[in-house]
Design a protein around this ligand. Structure first.
Ligand code: NAP
Length: 232
């Protein structure tokens, strides 16, 4: 399952999981983009089970919990990836308070709801794997996006605590933290706008998640940080 599968990083994750022979469940709000991702998964799987689309707004708590319940009822959940996230570029003294509240709701509170909702299914399917897509902002502060930094630091705490709860139940839990990626808000950065080839690609994030998913079950890469090789 990939939450945030309609985004560019989420799409790369879903295609990677299809390539591993899993049946991706694609969660997001934009049905049209999810449909395109499902088509890409079908090509990658070479005739495997078609991807399943679940349209849901993650900030709608009952809808998110219902979605997780329906996914778990449909079959074992071997891998769950949280890739949903929004970004806001503003110094705190000029930030829109409502927008920052929504950002924290989407990036952190909803991730915690998701973790609690999906954990029983992951335990039932163990050995299994839960991955949160963090950010460089999960590990250091940046100016002009304090709420995003706070949300990603919170996500790091969520991932760390969840690992401790689930490790002896056979569930790997990992935070995969990319620096700038040529996707989403990364393309609005100065280098992203002019030389996106200097940034990470969505497929690089998928390669890191693949490493976690396929890592032997006696170990868990709990935190992975990725940076573009060249200074962005
Ligand atoms: N791009 C970068 O440079 C970069 C670097 C580090 C980390 N990240 C992280 O990587 C993740 C994916 O980012 P991206 O660059 O691929 O951005 P993106 O293309 O904007 O994708 C964001 C994803 O989040 C989903 N989403 C947002 N709000 C949602 C909501 N309320 N309900 C359901 N889904 C929601 C979007 O789905 P819908 O539009 O369908 O709702 C979309 O699938 C994010 O967590 C981001 O923080 C990105």
């Amino acid at each position: 399952m990939v939450v945030g599968a309609s985004g560019e990083i989420g799409a790369a994750l879903a295609v990677m999981l299809a390539g591993l022979g899993l049946t991706p469940v694609l969660v997001g709000r934009d049905e049209e983009r999810l449909t395109r991702v499902a088509a890409a998964c079908a090509v990658e799987s070479g005739g495997g089970e078609p991807a399943v689309i679940r349209v849901a707004d993650v900030t709608d708590r009952p809808a998110l919990v219902d979605t997780m319940g329906a996914v778990a009822d449909a079959g074992p959940v071997a891998v769950a990836v949280w890739a949903a996230g929004v970004f806001d570029w503003a110094p705190v003294q000029r930030a829109d308070p409502g927008r920052w509240g929504e950002l924290l709701d989407t990036n952190l509170a909803s991730a915690a709801v998701f973790a609690a909702a999906v954990a029983p299914a992951l335990v039932a399917a163990a050995p299994s794997c839960l991955v949160f897509i963090g950010s460089g902002a999960a590990h250091q502060a940046f100016a002009n996006n304090a709420a995003y930094v706070a949300s990603k630091h919170g996500l790091a705490g969520l991932a760390g605590g969840t690992f401790l709860d689930l490790r002896d139940l056979g569930v790997k839990v990992s935070l995969v933290s990319p620096g700038l990626v040529a996707a989403g808000a990364g393309l609005l950065s100065p280098t992203g706008a002019t030389e996106p080839e200097r940034l990470l690609a969505p497929a690089d994030v998928a390669a890191a998640v693949r490493f976690v998913v396929t890592f032997p079950g006696r170990g868990c890469p709990t935190v992975i940080r990725l940076e573009p090789q060249r200074t962005p």
